[in-house]
Ligand binder design. Structure first.
Ligand SMILES: N[C@@H](CCC(=O)N[C@@H](CS)C(=O)NCC(=O)O)C(=O)O
Length: 200
């Protein structure tokens, strides 16, 4: 498998999960500005959407969209319990979190990267984000992870996007449950290894 990534982008989530599952993979860096891979290949020919993450599986198919990639990976090693079994209520709860992180938090923070957005709009985006953070805290104040059953792919995703908050002068200290969550994930060997690999 090949994971196309950009350092510290949302592709960090599947990168963490690949390491959590101890799956063999090649990490291929993409320059999001030029849309070229590290070897000079045209990334748009691999993923016409032009963004990371993209996962090329062993039969050559390319899978995109973080929540889909994460669920695919978890399914390769179901015994690791990074996603509840299909057909269970907990699986739908996982999908609920993946969707929430994707649309409400990744989506919200993602807009803040846009240098063309006026500051007044960014203030409104932040106000909405803070409401979403409060929702996440309601869960993380009573349990360590988004799902009651323990660490899952949704946590890898939430951790990844929350790491962007300081880039926009969002001080996570205002949400102590989020700070504790980030610290908990920082301690995981797979997280440390992924961050080290992306910082090279
Ligand atoms: N809907 C996609 C969004 C992926 C995305 O936003 N990727 C960003 C990095 S976090 C990116 O590569 N942006 C570059 C671009 O859009 O040109 C997903 O959930 O995977």
């Amino acid at each position: 498998m090949k994971l196309y990534y950009a350092p510290h982008a949302c592709s960090l989530a599947p990168h963490i999960v690949l390491r959590e599952l101890d799956l063999p993979f090649a990490l291929i860096r993409v320059d999001n500005r030029t849309k070229q891979t590290a070897s000079g290949a045209d990334f748009l020919a691999i993923n016409p959407k032009g963004y990371v993450a993209a996962l090329q599986v062993d039969n050559g198919e390319v899978l995109t969209e973080g929540p889909a990639i994460l669920q695919y990976l978890a399914g390769l090693r179901p015994e690791a319990n990074l996603a509840p079994a299909h057909g269970t209520f907990e699986r739908v709860r996982l999908q609920e979190w993946l969707n929430f992180v994707s649309t409400e938090i990744h989506g919200g923070l993602g807009w803040l990267f846009n240098a063309q957005f006026p500051e007044e709009v960014k203030v409104l985006i932040k106000e909405k984000l803070y409401k979403r953070f409060a929702v996440v805290c309601q869960t993380l104040e009573r349990q360590d992870y988004l799902l009651a059953g323990g660490f899952s792919i949704a946590d890898a995703y939430l951790f990844t996007v929350l790491r962007w908050a300081p880039l926009f002068a969002i001080d996570l200290d205002e949400w102590p449950a989020l700070v504790r969550f980030q610290a908990r994930l920082d301690e995981r060997p797979a997280v440390k290894a992924a961050l080290a690999a992306e910082s090279l």
